[in-house]
Ligand binder design. Structure first.
Ligand code: UD1
Ligand code: CA
Length: 476
């Protein structure tokens, strides 16, 4: 049984975000901020993980409800970080070992850093170990005050003297604590400071006065402990996550034409020799094979794209499967539960929803195919529409192998076009079409001879009538 426990602080108001959403649920790099923190925490295989919630607690708790084994402590009202950690005490009653304290708004922390922090903490036998970093320029962080090399206290920016503000070593807000003296010491923190809050960093001074050892671990890359307090910092963190992700993928053999504009989520997998063009968004559990080309402006969510498929510009593909060698777009919309077969083509301005398009079939232009099962080697002519909805229910269209559906066809579901049948252009298909037959429904064409000349001789008054209405109703 592990003796590492994790507490994540997420009760604060996040005032500087100016948001109706809880801060820790804002997304960066395809995940809510707190999910990044939870993943880092998972790397420690903790015995207990407690999230301290307060401001919009139900929202945060609901968003994390799917995560098993997570415990929540309610901090109400929010009186500062020291008070926040104290709320986790009931969940850790009787436990021993180390508490690693994380902030729900510090999402870039790497597992290796956490491991190093815990290792150093255990090796030194300290009561508290603080993760610190050096930053340049003015910051709102707590400053690390050292004496004889060791850490003596942490002073919050708002409480610091000018000399203390000049210190460039700052508190990351990430700590490892020995559990045994922790909660009693937390109770002795006061709130006599600029913000009237119970500051967790005050524990350092308290421990020092009590003769406990406090250690500091200085990080090499200060970007790792960037906290998100504003939209600006959210964008900074998002940009760093994107760069890191793209570098990983390029190192694994994926070509990214413009890494500045490729947005690829942490759970997306891409095979080698796939080329990602600019302004592409790959989200959720998307899987892309090798040798694919994803052209500019494409968004793919929770979908699987097999080897060698080509997704042309400006397609949106959601919860669908695209088999190898298929070609989609430009400007295609593939909606949930669709499957595009091997070598099939979906062309411009074509929308699929809950539709299977079989191997080698083509729907190249301007079609809506919903709730349809389309066999292999089928041609779907331009402007074909499945009329799948009667206002109450959705109905299915089946088009069997080798059928040919002419342009501008409406398939009124439920309906089946059997193997190899032909549908003439402009047909409204209301009944099943048997194998081997041709279905046509348009009336016989009538040409009205001399109509144009007659219209012109009628003079200016009748010119207000459109030739279309004349053609529709020539007798009136
Ligand atoms: C805190 C530290 C500061 C450090 C910085 C690093 C304190 C007093 N200061 O400042 O030394 O340099 O983090 O990012 O700890 N929270 C609660 N309940 C509360 C208050 C805060 O759960 O009552 C949570 C917040 O939701 C947040 C975290 O604690 O996740 C940090 O709080 P925040 O107000 O952002 O502290 P900082 O001003 O950033
Ligand atoms: Ca913060």
């Amino acid at each position: 049984m592990s003796t590492t426990h994790v507490v994540i602080l997420a009760a604060g108001k996040g005032t500087r975000m100016k948001s109706a959403e809880p801060k820790v649920l804002h997304q960066a790099g395809g995940l809510p901020l707190i999910e990044h923190v939870l993943r880092a925490a998972d790397s420690l295989s903790p015995a207990t993980t407690v999230v301290v919630v307060g401001h919009m607690a139900e929202r945060v708790q609901a968003a994390l409800g799917k995560r098993l084994g997570l415990r929540f402590a309610l901090q109400e009202p929010q009186l500062g970080t020291g008070h926040a950690l104290l709320q986790a005490e009931p969940h850790l009653a009787g436990a021993a070992g180390t508490v690693v304290l994380l902030s729900g708004d510090v999402p870039l922390l790497r597992p290796a850093t956490l491991k190093a922090l815990v290792d150093r903490h255990l090796a030194s036998g300290a009561a508290a170990t603080v993760l610190t970093a050096r930053v340049s320029g003015p910051h709102e962080y707590g400053r690390i005050v050292r004496e004889n090399g060791g850490i003596a206290a942490i002073v919050e920016h708002k409480d610091a003297t000018p000399a203390q503000r000049a210190i460039d070593e700052i508190n990351s807000g990430i700590y490892a604590f020995a559990l045994e003296p922790l909660f009693d010491a937390l109770r002795s923190i006061g709130s006599g400071n600029a913000q009237g809050e119970y500051y967790l960093p005050d524990l350092v001074g308290i421990y020092r006065a009590q003769g406990h050892t406090v250690e500091a671990v200085l990080l090499d890359d200060s970007r790792e402990i960037l906290g998100v307090n504003s939209r600006r910092e959210l964008a900074d963190v998002t940009a760093i996550l994107k760069t890191t992700r793209n570098e990983e993928l390029m190192a694994a053999g994926v070509s990214i034409v413009d890494p500045a504009t490729a947005w690829i989520g942490p759970d997306v997998a891409i095979g080698p020799d796939t080329v990602i063009h600019p302004n592409v968004y790959l989200e959720g559990r998307t899987r892309i094979g090798s040798g694919c080309v994803i052209h500019a402006g494409v968004r793919i969510v929770d979908s699987t794209i097999a080897d060698g498929a080509i997704i042309n510009n400006y397609c949106v593909i959601t919860e669908s499967l695209v088999a190898s060698g298929a070609r989609i777009g430009p400007f295609a919309h593939i909606r949930p539960q669709s499957e595009i077969g091997e070598g099939a083509h979906v062309g411009n301005f074509t929308e699929l929803k809950k539709t299977v398009l079989g191997k080698g079939s083509k729907a190249n232009h301007l079609s809506y195919l919903g709730d349809a099962v389309i066999g292999e080697r089928v041609n779907i002519g331009a402007g074909t529409i499945t009329c799948n909805y009667d206002g109450t229910h959705k109905h299915q269209t089946i088009v069997e192998d080798d059928a040919f559906v002419g342009s501008d066809t409406q398939l009124i579901a439920p309906v089946t076009v059997q193997k190899g049948a032909y549908i003439g252009t402009g047909t409204t298909v209301r009944e099943d079409v048997p194998s081997g037959s041709l279905a046509v429904s348009a009336g016989k064409q009538r040409n009205i001879e001399g109509w144009v000349a007659k219209r012109q001789s009628r003079g200016p008054k009748s010119e207000t009538r459109s030739p279309r209405s004349e053609a529709r109703d020539p007798k009136s």
